[in-house]
Design a protein around this ligand. Structure first.
Ligand code: ATR
Length: 280
């Protein structure tokens, strides 16, 4: 019988997961289909019932369900619990398990695509939304030296620093900093990450002093539309190394694939599919 998987979201039509996962499934020769499931918050309970009745093998979770899905699951792995969001669900014989592959996916993207190791590094993370939190958690688990959290609304960075300190018990390694202190953070930074929505559709930061960033640093942007964001273009011009947002999308998907099928995903096939969908 054909295995059914998919992605739930509202809206979901923009999701690149179907194209990416279908390429991985095809390459592995697995008898499975990966669908798009438009599900509103009001339909979430019925969708989970449908998963159990029809034994869908699993699904990805996107906005606005990454936090709301938790009460409907039978188990949430500790990493997803600590991140406070679920992006992947596995149906193991009627037992629904929630995972979060964003942190692992992002770190794999850094190490495999950039050969960049997080140990003992100083990192500045811009943003305090769901993506920032997942990545902040992943980095703090990876023996970094220091994580500066910087957000336009300073209070949110402070709250996120407290929350990450609590769940990782690495209080000394995480610090919220006001935006005005960016020059002093950046001068000691090995990796600058944009986890804000700035860059989407070509938008720019108005007050990011990129020229204060330490020479030789890596600039990483989670935004992947466009692939080369204004931030990455500016970083290029200033001779910093750059890391595109496509990487996190790809590797979080590869990690989900591995959870469902218990085999390594074909990264090359999945990347090609994403590049094709993005018109590259
Ligand atoms: P996610 O998709 O990761 O869940 P989100 O919750 O939509 O993210 O949050 C978007 C992030 O982009 C926030 O950190 C937001 O900053 P505020 O908390 O101050 O709103 C940030 N952001 C959006 N527009 C921005 C801008 N023009 N300059 C700086 N940060 C911006």
């Amino acid at each position: 019988m054909t295995t059914i998987l998919g992605v739930i979201g509202d809206p979901v039509t923009h999701s690149l997961s179907p194209v990416m996962q279908s390429a991985g499934i095809k390459s592995a020769g697995i008898d499975a289909v990966y669908k798009m499931f438009p599900v509103t918050p009001a339909q979430l309970a019925d969708f989970v019932t449908e998963v159990r009745q029809n034994a869908y093998h699993g699904f990805n979770v996107t906005l606005p369900h990454k936090q709301r899905i938790a009460p409907y699951l039978d188990e949430i792995v500790p990493e997803a619990e600590a991140i406070g969001a679920v992006n992947t669900v596995l149906n193991r014989n009627g037992h629904l398990i929630g995972y979060n592959t964003d942190a692992t996916g992002y770190l794999r993207s850094l190490t495999e695509e950039q050969q960049w190791q997080p140990e003992d590094k100083t990192i500045t993370l811009l943003g305090a939304g769901g993506a920032a939190r997942a990545i902040g958690y992943g980095l703090l688990q990876a023996d970094i030296a220091q994580l500066y959290l910087v957000n336009r609304t300073a209070d949110k960075a402070v709250a996120m620093a407290e929350e990450l300190s609590r769940v990782t018990r690495h209080e000394s390694r995480v610090k919220a900093m006001p935006w005005s202190q960016l020059p002093s953070c950046l001068s000691a930074t090995d990796l600058l990450i944009n986890a804000t929505s700035v860059g989407l559709d070509g938008t720019r930061f108005d007050n990011l002093p990129l020229d204060t960033l330490q020479a030789g640093a890596l600039v990483s942007d989670l935004v992947y539309t466009p692939r080369r964001t204004p931030l990455l273009a500016e970083a290029d011009a200033l001779a910093y190394t750059t890391h595109e947002g496509l990487g996190m999308l790809l590797y979080q998907g590869a990690e989900a694939f591995q959870i469902w099928f218990e085999k390594e995903a074909d990264i090359t096939a999945m990347r090609q599919a994403l590049l094709g969908a993005l018109g590259d």
